[in-house]
Design a protein. Structure first.
Lengths: 554, 242
């Protein structure tokens, strides 16, 4: 047994209102740079829908993830090492920019400088790739809220096999939102696809990162990731991906997407797992067994045996304590309401989801009966095959059983808590019907519905003796950092040449630019934007909100 | 002049090549990449890039055989001049033709596809000029010199190759190059120019050929501790304790 710690996330989909705040703040923090215009480390998809990039889940087409060979071993679906090297000069399965979308901006200058005319001046969309006029035909969220669903959502890969039923009852259509970040898999196929070995999994917290100094731009990770969450920065020629906001996690604060989540639906905590058991679990033959197999890889830190092994493996005691309190552990192991996204890719993803009950509730409410009543809901979960089968295609490789189980628990929690809220005698038979005690059900309610900040995020900081370096304190001599990556390097060697700019320095420059620039945000200057990376939710950073008319501070 | 062209200049270029790579690797690891433009355009690249790269691999292999292996060695294993000539010209033509066609496709693509063109740096253009000149001159030498024998018979294995080996052994014999046909001379000069440019172009990606991928385990684990924490670099002389 080799105990390792993994920083993991669970998202409660019932609470997602599709506001895209997570996407926007993530973009502000990480990908508001040239070369990254089309990149969304965090995106929110309306399901049924095509997702981003379009139909990324169609692995017959994109060949992402792992596949189990006849001899029971795993291999990359796109082919092993030799095939990768042989096709390195032109990656056959790389999504083109059209599969994402061509990023654009608007020519606002024509609005500002237009003389008085009879017709309104128009700000034409300009491609951020070629700089030419373009017609906008697709973007990261073109099918948001089922927009154009007959055309787009109908092509959803996850509807395969159940499309006839969905078409028949499209009047009673359902939808929910699926926020996605990198899964930080236990068996990451992006890392396995990287010829240079630049993508690595951090031993301490399992965060999967791209070493920007080692990446050589072979692009195999982009096709290797079945979730298409590694992106190619077309200016620097390097791969970039969601970092789980590691600079924040290291000091014990949640990721930007979680911090800013309006619905408070994200949970972050540690999971301990047995690294030696990962490959075997990922290679079980039956796809339906993958969910259980992955659960079996996790270790319970409350088990003294596990705790001893964890200490022996060099995991610090405060981390083990945090692992015991992990909300993620409770949702995955104790209540068993969280499910992995696409376990059939065999990457052992570590961002799990509580499937939404709302599609079922909506359909029941349509029929006019009491949608909070347990027996109505239970009956609906059993008979309404469409939302349940669809959810099963997403979360359990098509196995309806675990999804039904989770939905029943959520339904039971609704009816049980309704009695309490209405001052009626709580009905102990409701939790019992889904195999829970009243105490457990109430605790689950508190975690899911009340969702206090301290309950949602249990993040042990990296160790105090490292704190100085982690915080990038400005007590280092400022002249140590020279303005590397100057104009001359960029002209000669391409943009992004030279050392990356430390975040603290970048922030300082950005604030300085904002205070001295005479425009609100000059489009040519990518640094004059608020960087939310260092914002912990307290106070108001300079430039985040417009200043008041009277010049006063908020 | 002979000494300058065939002793001083080549060594100068070689020195720039070597020192330049060390400098680039130390200073600009972040810029060390293939700078792929596949995201912008796929159809032409799918044809041109493998043609060019596999062709170039053949070309480089041919040069290694032709320049580094002495005539006496191949004769010792029973390959006479005639056989060698056919193999070299045949292989050279195929590889060279692949590289040439691939390169024409790639340059056409670079010029006509808007996003690819706007992502082209000055260094790229200079490098393309040298690379194209080297390939065209090389093909000219093969076709005009070895097949049609324009300008008389010339066995480069007695001239250019000997000079090249003497050059690598730091005992350069400039007269051998001075006696070579103009085509070979130009090809060599352009090639040395390309070597001097090499470390400052995207060509550095040649030295990142990921051969280690074949043997390394699929998943790479790395400890947080083997790099500076946060993203502030550790200063010289301020190494972490313990």
């Amino acid at each position: 047994m080799r105990v390792m710690a993994q920083m993991a996330m669970v998202m409660n989909l019932d609470k997602c209102i599709g506001c895209h705040t997570c996407s926007v703040t993530c973009k502000q923090a990480w990908t508001n740079r040239t070369g990254m215009e089309y990149v969304w480390f965090n995106n929110v998809e309306t399901r049924p829908g095509l997702g981003y990039p379009r139909t990324y889940e169609d692995q017959d087409e994109w060949q992402g993830g792992w596949v189990r060979k006849l001899n029971g071993r795993l291999d990359l679906r796109a082919g092993g090492r030799w095939k990768k090297l042989f096709t390195i000069f032109s990656n056959p399965k790389l999504p083109s920019i059209e599969d994402y979308y061509e990023p654009w901006t608007y020519d606002y200058e024509t609005l500002l400088s237009s003389p008085q005319t009879d017709t309104f001046p128009v700000a034409r969309p300009k491609s951020l790739i070629s700089g030419k006029n373009m017609s906008v035909e697709w973007s990261a969220n073109w099918d948001d809220d089922l927009g154009g669903s007959q055309e787009h959502a109908a092509r959803d890969v996850m509807l395969k096999g159940i499309e006839d039923k969905v078409k028949l009852e499209f009047e009673e259509t359902f939808m929910f939102y699926l926020p996605r970040i990198c899964e930080h898999c236990l068996n990451p196929s992006c890392a396995a696809s990287c010829p240079s070995g630049a993508i690595y999994k951090r031993e301490e917290d399992g965060i999967v990162l791209v070493d920007q100094d080692r990446c050589r731009g072979w692009r195999m990770c982009v096709s290797g990731c079945p979730y298409k969450k590694v992106y190619f920065n077309h200016k620097t020629g390097k791969a970039e991906k969601c970092t789980f906001c590691y600079p924040r996690i290291e000091v014990g604060i949640p990721t930007v997407c979680s911090e800013t989540c309006v619905g408070r639906l994200r949970y972050i905590g540690l999971m301990l797992y047995d690294a030696d058991a990962v490959l075997e679990a990922a290679a079980v033959e039956d796809e339906h067994a993958l969910y259980e197999a992955q659960r079996a890889v996790f270790l319970d830190p409350r088990d003294p045996e596990v705790e001893r092994s964890a200490l022996a493996a060099g995991i610090e005691a405060d981390w083990i304590e945090a692992a015991k309190k992990s909300p993620v552990l409770r949702l995955i192991t104790d209540y068993k309401v969280a499910l992995p996204l696409h376990p059939e890719y065999r990457t052992m993803p570590m961002v799990w989801y509580i499937p939404p009950l709302s599609p079922v509730v909506d359909v029941v409410r349509e029929t006019g009966v009491d949608a909070e009543d347990r027996s109505n809901l239970f009956a609906a979960i059993d008979t309404l095959r469409i939302p349940v089968e669809y959810l099963a295609n997403l979360f359990t490789a098509g196995d309806v059983e675990p999804v039904t189980g989770v939905l029943k628990k959520l339904a039971a929690m609704r009816s049980y808590m309704r009695d309490i809220n209405l001052g009626r005698e709580p009905d102990a038979s409701i939790p019992a019907a889904v195999g829970m005690t009243e105490e457990e059900m109430y605790e689950m309610f508190r975690l899911l519905a009340i969702a206090k900040y301290a309950d949602r995020y249990v993040i042990p900081p990296a160790h105090a003796e490292q704190a100085h370096a982690l915080e990038e304190l400005a007590t280092d001599c400022s002249v140590d950092f020279d303005a590397a990556g100057s104009y001359y390097d960029q002209a000669l060697l391409g943009e992004g040449a030279g050392y990356p700019t430390p975040v603290a320095v970048e922030n300082f420059r950005m604030l300085q630019d904002r205070q001295t620039a005479d425009t609100v945000a000059s489009p040519g200057d990518k640094s004059s934007r608020v960087n939310l990376l260092n914002w912990d939710g307290k106070g108001t950073p300079e430039g985040l909100f417009p200043s008041r008319e009277d010049g006063g501070d908020r | 002049m002979t000494v300058f062209l065939w002793v001083i200049l080549p060594y100068l270029c070689l020195a720039v090549f070597a020192v330049g790579h060390v400098w680039r690797y130390r200073y600009d690891k972040f810029g060390w990449t293939t700078r792929s433009s596949q995201l912008y355009e796929d159809r032409l690249l799918r044809l041109g890039s493998p043609l060019f790269h596999f062709g170039m691999l053949g070309v480089v292999g041919g040069h290694v055989i032709g320049l580094l292996i002495p005539r006496s060695w191949t004769e010792a294993v029973g390959i006479d001049d005639h056989l060698y000539h056919y193999a070299a010209v045949g292989g050279g033509l195929v590889a060279g033709f692949m590289a040439l066609v691939g390169m024409v496709i790639l340059i056409y693509r670079r010029r006509t596809v808007g996003p690819v063109f706007s992502a082209t740096t000055v260094m790229d253009k200079v490098m393309y000029a040298f690379l194209a000149a080297a390939i065209v001159l090389g093909m000219w030498n093969t076709i005009a010199g070895s097949i049609f024998s324009l300008g008389g018979e010339y066995n480069y294995r007695e001239g250019v190759s000997v000079w090249y080996r003497s050059f690598l052994a730091f005992q350069p014999d400039a007269e051998l190059m001075a006696a070579a046909p103009i085509g070979f001379q130009l090809h060599a000069l352009v090639a040395f120019g390309l070597f001097a440019l090499w470390p400052f172009t995207r060509l550095v990606h040649v030295f990142s050929a990921p051969l280690g991928y074949v043997t390394r385990p699929y998943i790479v684990y790395r400890s947080r501790d083997d790099r500076p924490l946060g993203n502030a670099a550790t200063r010289r002389g301020w190494d972490r304790v313990g």
